[in-house]
Design a protein. Sequence first.
Length: 233
Amino acid sequence: MLKINDITVARNNNTILSNLSLNIGKNEIVAIFGHNGAGKSSLFKTICGLVKQSQGSISLDDVVIDNMKPNQRAELGIIQVQEGSRIFSSMTVLENLELGAFRNVARRNMEENLKEIFRIFPKLDERKDQKAGTLSGGEKQILAIARGLMSEPKLLMLDEPSLGLAPINKQQIFTTVKDMGSGFATLLIEQDILGALKISDRAIFMREGRIMYERSSNELLKDRQTIRDLMEL
């Protein structure tokens, strides 16, 4: 699905990502961990096309996207849900979801996709005519994720989806991510390591713009000492 081959990103003579390579398969959920400044968000920005790598290549479904603009990559199916529930508060839940169907293929299938979204997230159906700004914190984040799904992504990138949420809402978000369905790959940046490990297939730890450790999420859940050691580096 997604192939990142030996990319390096530099800004103001500082190397942000260094010789980074990563492959993500269809239907796979990959969690990315690391301290602030490890390069996690820069990786997302590079995949989206907001930051240009100085070397290496990125491809989606064997289509090289190095010279594509961010809007072209989005039309190809690379979709990011940013941290902080970036929804349109003055618009209704339904209007927010309809805005998610901006890709040509998603516009054609919008009615069918809406039915599926409301099946997966019945609370959004109940609140479809409600202003999005009146939703709870957890509901806003679910709306942001659902809006991303409305675009029929090939790669869905979730940046800190549980940030600032109460424990019960965090669990709701993790359950949402786990139950989203299949047909696309998911990249997940998350500070709640244990919560993310429980819903992901593979875990990656980054430091100083490099992937320093990679392992099956199930294996890591059984090895708490390694998790502690990695986060202390």
